[in-house]
Design a protein around this ligand. Structure first.
Ligand SMILES: C[S@@+](CC[C@H](N)C(=O)[O-])C[C@H]1O[C@@H](n2cnc3c(N)ncnc32)[C@H](O)[C@@H]1O
Length: 279
Protein backbone atom coordinates (compact mmCIF):
# COMPACT_ATOMS: atom_id res chain seq x y z
CA UNK A 1 0.00 0.00 0.00
CA UNK A 2 1.18 3.53 -0.78
CA UNK A 3 2.74 5.45 2.04
CA UNK A 4 3.07 9.00 0.85
CA UNK A 5 1.53 10.99 3.68
CA UNK A 6 2.91 14.30 4.98
CA UNK A 7 5.16 15.15 2.08
CA UNK A 8 6.55 18.67 1.59
CA UNK A 9 3.44 20.00 -0.10
CA UNK A 10 0.99 18.98 2.63
CA UNK A 11 3.45 19.95 5.39
CA UNK A 12 3.53 23.45 3.83
CA UNK A 13 -0.23 23.91 4.20
CA UNK A 14 -0.89 21.67 7.25
CA UNK A 15 -1.06 24.45 9.85
CA UNK A 16 -3.34 26.56 7.69
CA UNK A 17 -5.73 23.70 6.99
CA UNK A 18 -5.68 22.70 10.68
CA UNK A 19 -6.02 26.24 12.00
CA UNK A 20 -9.21 25.49 13.93
CA UNK A 21 -7.69 22.48 15.71
CA UNK A 22 -7.96 23.17 19.47
CA UNK A 23 -4.40 22.36 20.57
CA UNK A 24 -4.64 24.54 23.69
CA UNK A 25 -7.90 22.78 24.63
CA UNK A 26 -6.13 19.41 24.32
CA UNK A 27 -3.18 20.70 26.32
CA UNK A 28 -5.54 21.86 29.10
CA UNK A 29 -7.37 18.52 29.07
CA UNK A 30 -4.12 16.60 29.49
CA UNK A 31 -3.21 18.90 32.37
CA UNK A 32 -6.62 18.18 33.87
CA UNK A 33 -5.89 14.46 33.67
CA UNK A 34 -2.46 14.95 35.22
CA UNK A 35 -4.02 16.97 37.99
CA UNK A 36 -6.77 14.38 38.55
CA UNK A 37 -4.13 11.67 39.07
CA UNK A 38 -1.93 14.12 41.01
CA UNK A 39 0.95 13.64 38.58
CA UNK A 40 3.82 15.93 37.66
CA UNK A 41 6.09 15.94 34.61
CA UNK A 42 9.16 17.81 33.46
CA UNK A 43 10.34 15.89 30.42
CA UNK A 44 7.81 15.33 27.67
CA UNK A 45 8.05 13.18 24.55
CA UNK A 46 5.64 14.25 21.79
CA UNK A 47 5.14 11.22 19.52
CA UNK A 48 4.20 11.96 15.90
CA UNK A 49 4.61 15.63 16.75
CA UNK A 50 3.97 16.83 13.18
CA UNK A 51 4.57 20.56 12.84
CA UNK A 52 5.16 20.75 16.58
CA UNK A 53 2.02 22.50 17.81
CA UNK A 54 1.75 20.49 21.03
CA UNK A 55 5.54 20.43 21.49
CA UNK A 56 5.56 24.22 21.36
CA UNK A 57 2.77 24.54 23.91
CA UNK A 58 4.69 22.33 26.32
CA UNK A 59 7.99 24.13 25.69
CA UNK A 60 6.35 27.53 26.23
CA UNK A 61 5.13 26.21 29.58
CA UNK A 62 8.68 25.34 30.66
CA UNK A 63 8.63 21.60 29.94
CA UNK A 64 11.69 19.99 28.38
CA UNK A 65 10.37 18.62 25.10
CA UNK A 66 11.42 16.14 22.45
CA UNK A 67 9.27 15.61 19.37
CA UNK A 68 9.44 12.58 17.10
CA UNK A 69 7.95 12.24 13.63
CA UNK A 70 8.73 10.21 10.54
CA UNK A 71 8.00 13.11 8.18
CA UNK A 72 11.13 15.17 7.66
CA UNK A 73 9.00 17.86 6.04
CA UNK A 74 6.66 18.23 9.02
CA UNK A 75 9.72 18.39 11.30
CA UNK A 76 11.32 21.13 9.18
CA UNK A 77 8.27 23.30 9.84
CA UNK A 78 8.27 22.32 13.53
CA UNK A 79 11.97 23.27 13.81
CA UNK A 80 11.40 26.62 12.14
CA UNK A 81 8.49 27.44 14.44
CA UNK A 82 10.51 26.46 17.52
CA UNK A 83 13.44 28.66 16.44
CA UNK A 84 11.13 31.60 15.78
CA UNK A 85 9.54 31.15 19.22
CA UNK A 86 12.96 30.81 20.88
CA UNK A 87 11.90 27.39 22.18
CA UNK A 88 14.56 24.78 22.81
CA UNK A 89 12.93 21.58 21.50
CA UNK A 90 14.77 18.50 20.22
CA UNK A 91 13.20 16.97 17.16
CA UNK A 92 13.98 13.42 16.07
CA UNK A 93 13.16 12.13 12.60
CA UNK A 94 12.12 8.52 13.17
CA UNK A 95 9.39 6.01 12.70
CA UNK A 96 7.49 5.32 15.92
CA UNK A 97 7.80 1.60 15.18
CA UNK A 98 11.59 1.82 15.35
CA UNK A 99 12.71 4.69 17.56
CA UNK A 100 14.91 4.47 20.65
CA UNK A 101 15.72 7.35 22.99
CA UNK A 102 18.69 7.68 25.30
CA UNK A 103 16.79 10.03 27.58
CA UNK A 104 13.91 8.88 29.75
CA UNK A 105 10.69 10.86 29.94
CA UNK A 106 8.04 11.54 32.58
CA UNK A 107 5.26 11.91 30.06
CA UNK A 108 4.78 10.67 26.49
CA UNK A 109 1.89 12.09 24.49
CA UNK A 110 0.51 11.38 21.05
CA UNK A 111 -2.39 13.45 19.80
CA UNK A 112 -4.68 14.09 16.88
CA UNK A 113 -5.23 10.42 16.07
CA UNK A 114 -1.60 9.95 15.11
CA UNK A 115 -1.60 6.37 16.40
CA UNK A 116 -4.46 5.52 14.04
CA UNK A 117 -1.80 5.86 11.34
CA UNK A 118 -0.26 2.64 12.64
CA UNK A 119 -2.16 0.23 10.44
CA UNK A 120 -1.16 -3.09 11.94
CA UNK A 121 -1.58 -4.31 15.52
CA UNK A 122 1.92 -5.84 15.55
CA UNK A 123 3.36 -2.45 14.60
CA UNK A 124 1.26 -0.84 17.32
CA UNK A 125 2.88 -3.22 19.78
CA UNK A 126 6.31 -2.13 18.55
CA UNK A 127 5.33 1.51 19.09
CA UNK A 128 4.11 0.73 22.62
CA UNK A 129 7.29 -1.19 23.45
CA UNK A 130 9.39 1.74 22.24
CA UNK A 131 7.36 4.18 24.34
CA UNK A 132 7.70 1.85 27.33
CA UNK A 133 11.49 1.95 27.07
CA UNK A 134 11.47 5.73 26.63
CA UNK A 135 9.59 6.34 29.89
CA UNK A 136 10.95 6.67 33.40
CA UNK A 137 9.82 3.95 35.81
CA UNK A 138 6.94 6.17 36.99
CA UNK A 139 6.28 7.48 33.48
CA UNK A 140 2.85 8.02 31.94
CA UNK A 141 1.67 7.75 28.36
CA UNK A 142 -1.40 9.72 27.26
CA UNK A 143 -2.75 9.43 23.74
CA UNK A 144 -5.95 9.85 21.79
CA UNK A 145 -7.39 7.67 19.05
CA UNK A 146 -10.36 7.79 16.75
CA UNK A 147 -12.56 4.79 17.44
CA UNK A 148 -13.86 2.44 14.76
CA UNK A 149 -17.28 4.05 15.31
CA UNK A 150 -15.87 7.47 14.44
CA UNK A 151 -13.82 6.36 11.43
CA UNK A 152 -16.62 4.30 9.92
CA UNK A 153 -19.07 7.21 10.26
CA UNK A 154 -17.00 9.66 8.22
CA UNK A 155 -18.95 10.79 5.17
CA UNK A 156 -17.36 9.80 1.91
CA UNK A 157 -16.96 12.72 -0.48
CA UNK A 158 -14.80 15.59 -1.63
CA UNK A 159 -13.93 18.83 0.17
CA UNK A 160 -12.06 21.77 -1.33
CA UNK A 161 -9.66 23.97 0.63
CA UNK A 162 -8.63 27.19 -1.06
CA UNK A 163 -5.56 28.93 0.35
CA UNK A 164 -3.77 32.08 -0.81
CA UNK A 165 -1.70 30.21 -3.38
CA UNK A 166 -3.07 26.68 -3.38
CA UNK A 167 -6.11 24.48 -3.78
CA UNK A 168 -6.30 21.23 -1.86
CA UNK A 169 -8.84 18.64 -2.90
CA UNK A 170 -9.56 16.28 -0.02
CA UNK A 171 -11.30 12.99 -0.93
CA UNK A 172 -12.57 10.81 1.92
CA UNK A 173 -13.32 7.12 1.53
CA UNK A 174 -14.08 4.43 4.08
CA UNK A 175 -12.99 0.80 3.86
CA UNK A 176 -15.39 -0.87 6.31
CA UNK A 177 -13.90 -4.33 5.92
CA UNK A 178 -10.44 -3.25 7.06
CA UNK A 179 -11.69 -0.49 9.39
CA UNK A 180 -9.79 2.12 7.44
CA UNK A 181 -10.51 5.78 6.76
CA UNK A 182 -8.63 6.86 3.68
CA UNK A 183 -7.92 10.33 2.37
CA UNK A 184 -6.48 11.18 -1.00
CA UNK A 185 -5.15 14.72 -1.19
CA UNK A 186 -4.56 16.55 -4.43
CA UNK A 187 -2.64 19.74 -3.85
CA UNK A 188 -2.11 22.32 -6.53
CA UNK A 189 0.06 25.42 -6.03
CA UNK A 190 -1.26 28.00 -8.46
CA UNK A 191 1.78 30.31 -8.67
CA UNK A 192 4.39 27.66 -9.31
CA UNK A 193 2.19 25.14 -11.08
CA UNK A 194 3.36 22.39 -8.68
CA UNK A 195 0.94 19.48 -8.25
CA UNK A 196 1.22 16.70 -5.66
CA UNK A 197 -0.93 13.86 -4.47
CA UNK A 198 -0.74 12.01 -1.21
CA UNK A 199 -2.61 9.24 0.50
CA UNK A 200 -3.47 8.92 4.20
CA UNK A 201 -4.97 5.98 6.06
CA UNK A 202 -6.19 5.69 9.63
CA UNK A 203 -7.10 2.32 11.12
CA UNK A 204 -9.61 1.88 13.90
CA UNK A 205 -9.05 -0.58 16.75
CA UNK A 206 -11.31 -1.84 19.51
CA UNK A 207 -10.46 -0.35 22.87
CA UNK A 208 -9.81 -3.83 24.29
CA UNK A 209 -7.33 -4.75 21.59
CA UNK A 210 -5.36 -1.54 22.24
CA UNK A 211 -5.47 -2.31 25.98
CA UNK A 212 -4.22 -5.87 25.41
CA UNK A 213 -1.45 -4.63 23.17
CA UNK A 214 -0.35 -2.08 25.78
CA UNK A 215 -0.27 -4.83 28.39
CA UNK A 216 1.76 -7.08 26.09
CA UNK A 217 4.25 -4.22 25.75
CA UNK A 218 4.57 -4.15 29.54
CA UNK A 219 2.29 -1.32 30.66
CA UNK A 220 0.66 -2.11 33.96
CA UNK A 221 -2.27 0.21 34.46
CA UNK A 222 -4.58 1.57 31.76
CA UNK A 223 -7.58 3.89 32.01
CA UNK A 224 -9.53 4.99 28.94
CA UNK A 225 -11.82 8.03 28.82
CA UNK A 226 -14.33 9.40 26.42
CA UNK A 227 -12.55 12.52 25.12
CA UNK A 228 -12.70 15.61 27.35
CA UNK A 229 -14.38 13.76 30.19
CA UNK A 230 -13.33 11.48 32.99
CA UNK A 231 -16.03 9.00 32.00
CA UNK A 232 -14.89 5.50 31.08
CA UNK A 233 -14.72 5.16 27.31
CA UNK A 234 -16.69 2.77 25.17
CA UNK A 235 -16.29 1.64 21.55
CA UNK A 236 -19.38 3.74 20.75
CA UNK A 237 -17.53 6.98 21.54
CA UNK A 238 -15.86 8.96 18.76
CA UNK A 239 -12.51 9.89 20.22
CA UNK A 240 -11.01 8.34 23.33
CA UNK A 241 -7.99 9.11 25.49
CA UNK A 242 -5.77 6.41 26.94
CA UNK A 243 -4.02 7.17 30.23
CA UNK A 244 -1.36 4.54 30.63
CA UNK A 245 1.03 3.92 33.51
CA UNK A 246 4.31 2.16 32.93
CA UNK A 247 4.34 0.54 36.35
CA UNK A 248 1.82 -0.45 38.94
CA UNK A 249 1.88 1.86 41.89
CA UNK A 250 -0.69 3.40 44.15
CA UNK A 251 -2.71 5.42 41.67
CA UNK A 252 -3.95 8.53 43.44
CA UNK A 253 -7.08 10.01 42.00
CA UNK A 254 -9.09 12.92 43.28
CA UNK A 255 -12.40 12.14 44.98
CA UNK A 256 -15.47 11.07 42.94
CA UNK A 257 -17.17 14.39 43.61
CA UNK A 258 -14.25 16.16 41.86
CA UNK A 259 -14.81 13.90 38.86
CA UNK A 260 -18.41 15.13 38.66
CA UNK A 261 -17.33 18.78 38.65
CA UNK A 262 -14.49 18.13 36.20
CA UNK A 263 -16.95 16.50 33.78
CA UNK A 264 -19.32 19.44 34.20
CA UNK A 265 -16.54 21.98 33.62
CA UNK A 266 -15.36 20.16 30.48
CA UNK A 267 -18.93 19.84 29.21
CA UNK A 268 -19.21 23.64 29.38
CA UNK A 269 -15.78 24.07 27.80
CA UNK A 270 -16.84 21.83 24.90
CA UNK A 271 -19.97 23.87 24.31
CA UNK A 272 -17.92 27.09 24.33
CA UNK A 273 -15.45 25.53 21.92
CA UNK A 274 -18.19 24.48 19.49
CA UNK A 275 -19.69 27.98 19.70
CA UNK A 276 -16.27 29.46 18.90
CA UNK A 277 -16.13 27.22 15.82
CA UNK A 278 -19.51 28.51 14.68
CA UNK A 279 -18.39 32.15 14.57
C1 LIG B 1 -2.61 13.99 12.07
S1 LIG B 1 -0.88 14.35 12.11
C2 LIG B 1 -0.75 14.89 13.78
C3 LIG B 1 0.48 15.70 14.04
C4 LIG B 1 0.54 16.32 15.43
N1 LIG B 1 0.48 15.30 16.48
C5 LIG B 1 -0.56 17.33 15.61
O1 LIG B 1 -1.32 17.18 16.58
O2 LIG B 1 -0.68 18.27 14.81
C6 LIG B 1 -0.14 12.74 12.15
C7 LIG B 1 1.37 12.76 12.24
O3 LIG B 1 1.79 11.42 12.50
C8 LIG B 1 3.01 11.21 11.82
N2 LIG B 1 3.18 9.76 11.71
C9 LIG B 1 2.32 8.89 11.15
N3 LIG B 1 2.81 7.64 11.24
C10 LIG B 1 4.02 7.74 11.85
C11 LIG B 1 5.01 6.79 12.23
N4 LIG B 1 4.86 5.50 11.98
N5 LIG B 1 6.11 7.24 12.85
C12 LIG B 1 6.27 8.57 13.12
N6 LIG B 1 5.37 9.51 12.78
C13 LIG B 1 4.24 9.10 12.15
C14 LIG B 1 2.84 11.94 10.52
O4 LIG B 1 4.07 12.18 9.88
C15 LIG B 1 2.11 13.21 10.99
O5 LIG B 1 3.01 14.22 11.30
Amino acid sequence: MENSAYTASFARIYDEIMKSVPYKFWYDYINEIMDYYQLKAEKVLDLACGTGNMSLLYAKNSYQVTGIDRSEEMLKIAGKKAREAGADISFINADLCEFRTEEKYDLAISLFDSLNYILDIDDLKKVFSNVYQALKEDGIFIFDVNTITRLMSINEGTTFFHGKDYTCIWEDTVDEKNKLWQVRLKIYFEKTGEYHEEFHQERGYKIDSIKNTLQEAGFQHIDVYNAYTLTEASDDDDRVYFVVFKNKRPIKKKKTISKFFINLKWGIKRILLSLRDLF
